[in-house]
Design a protein around this ligand. Structure first.
Ligand code: PEP
Length: 256
């Protein structure tokens, strides 16, 4: 199975900087057919980068989008406007959930809108530090997973990518900690089992599940070899070109 390495640039890089990064990474990166390399720049950079990107080597993702295709929604960008521009969209990132108050209902509508517009949703789920401390991880994961998929038809669930991102492990968290490979394995198994129970064993086995949380070149190999993990969602480390390409090389070696 293919590996996925997705760089979430968040609110970083002006358009010119994004373009220079893309130029450099494309020069450096061979065409790894078994590693899907994806970058998620700001909305502003998507259009120019879409003209510059070598789609054999890399793909573009949006970091968010709105579920209505058009209408009176000042400041929003719709999936229909992104159609053809991006292949993926990150949906339900913990920063969207906690800073912008997105709930599972809204996230479900976004997942549905992405699929309707031929954009692969990367549905982010993950428990907070206090939820973990109170033993609520499994409930939170099931709720966010099934909640996020609730507007999608059974056949389309197979086209969703799930990213497990424990909020306490994301580098921007106040006291970020590293998730152990065992922590990750346990939750990834829960994700696959839950999908299997609701949408069928085959979908549970085949759905793409990624991990994200302070991934860097020194821990990428350990996370990529966790059973059931197909890829990594990388924040801070994706901003440093040499670190991001090292992670991509590690994914290539793990797959080989
Ligand atoms: C993220 O924000 O999705 C993320 C995983 O960030 P970081 O790699 O910086 O923890």
């Amino acid at each position: 199975m293919k590996s996925y390495i997705v760089g979430n640039w968040k609110l970083n890089f002006a358009v010119g900087e994004a373009s220079i990064y893309l130029h450099k990474i494309q020069k450096k990166l061979p065409n790894y057919r078994d590693v899907a390399v994806v970058i998620a720049p700001s909305f502003l950079a998507l259009q120019p980068l879409s003209l510059q990107i070598d789609r054999h080597k890399m793909k573009l993702a949006a970091q968010n989008a709105f579920y209505r295709d058009y209408g009176a929604y000042t400041g929003e960008v719709s999936f229909s406007q992104l159609r053809g521009l991006v292949d993926y969209c990150i949906i339900g990132h913990s920063e969207r959930r906690y800073l912008f108050h997105e709930d599972d209902k809204m996230i479900a509508k976004k997942v549905e809108a992405a699929i309707r517009n031929k954009i692969t949703p990367i549905l982010c789920i993950g428990e907070t530090e206090s939820e973990r401390a109170f033993g609520e991880t499994a409930d939170v994961i099931r709720d966010q997973l099934l909640g996020g998929l609730s507007e999608v038809s059974e056949e389309d669930v197979a086209n969703v990518i799930v990213a497990y991102e424990p909020v306490w492990a994301i580098s921007s968290a106040k006291s970020a900690k590293l998730a152990s490979p065992d922590d990750v394995a346990e939750v990834v198994k829960l994700i696959r089992d839950t999908i299997g129970e609701v949408y069928g064993k085959e979908t549970g086995e085949n759905i793409v599940v990624m991990f994200g949380g302070s991934v860097n070149p020194s821990n990428a190999g350990a996370y990529l070899t966790v059973p059931g993990v197909n890829g990594l969602l990388v924040g801070s480390s994706s901003l440093i070109l040499s670190e991001f390409t090292d992670i991509i090389d590690i994914a290539k070696r793990v797959r080989a």
